[in-house]
Design a protein around this ligand. Sequence first.
Ligand code: PLP
Length: 392
Amino acid sequence: MTTEEYGFDSALSRWGTGCLKYDKLKDRFGSEKLHPMWVADMDFASPACVREAIAARLNHPILGYSVLPDDFIPSIMDWVMTHHQWKLQPEWITYIPGIVKGIGMVINRFLQPGDKVIIQPPVYHPFRLVPEGNGMDVVYNPLRETSRGHYEMDFDNLEKVCDERCRLLILSNPHNPAGLTWSKEILQRLAQICEKHHLLVISDEIHCDMCLWGHKHVPYATVSPEAASHSITFGAPSKVFNIPGIVTSYAIVPNDVLRKKFYGWLEANEFNDPNMLAPLATIACYRKGEPWRRQMLKAIEDNILTLEDYCAKYVPRIRPIRPEASFLVWLDCRDLDIPSGSLGDAFIQAGLALNDGRMFGMEGKGFMRMNVGTTPALLMEGLEKMRAVFGN
Ligand SMILES: Cc1ncc(COP(=O)(O)O)c(C=O)c1O
């Protein structure tokens, strides 16, 4: 099937569907008359195979207690093996009801209030909010900007900030919002330091199936035996197949001791007990969704090329940093010379709802995050609004 046949070219109205991206515009940005390019889901119909699997189940009118379908775990194992060459054992895997919730669960199970959690901003804001909300101290190891909008991990600083109260490091792999994939060498170095300081690592790999232009995702737990033994990996079909409303994710824990402690607690609280639709959606994505995924990535690459071209021609003071993965583009807006704190408002004035870079940490000052998971026409509408206010 082509982009057109999957509907990546045709806009569907999302208004009035209880959709966060549109229906919460007024609450979040002060006006519903804005063009939404913010929260990280796509304006594309979810794959037909997923909707069919759910519809087939709903054809039976009794929605009683259900059992986990036999293929749930094997479908994850096969997907991860095929796409990331990581051979999982079935017992390493469990369902979790969302990755942000998973972070909260790990913190509640393994940490005590006052323990420290290390994050590497600019980074997905729940990495800060969840630990803080659970009484932890958040320690920052900011990414180092090597050239405009390009980053590397700061290992010297990581060594400096690690003390005996640091218990957990949360890794965004690939990295949101900078769009980075991390190499094996970088992850190995990170794993050495984390091992030395007895840190537990959460590797959030939700964006891993959206690598662009041949970039490769490296699962953290595969880079060394130490990384495997001190990490909890979170994965999900939700981001890549545009089904976050279904709430389906999973954890992978190779270390027996860690796993028993975490999964025993999940089980005791039934936190790993999915609703009946989540596993069906996961199986459909992983067994039948690959052609959709490939076309979707092509549509995203096309959109990023359009954005780059458009900015270079008409909005040269905004520089899109090309992501190596996912549909979120980090826009370097520092040449606009808009006073600190006013950039988000300037975009709202331009009629656009994007994420202000500052929400990902103060390192995001002067940046905006643009979601290009949309149709070419809607993308162009957003770009024209940007040009009208920030152009040449
Ligand atoms: C890095 C990262 N982790 C997690 C999430 C959300 O995951 P969930 O909806 O499973 O909590 C997102 C959503 O944008 C994300 O970018």
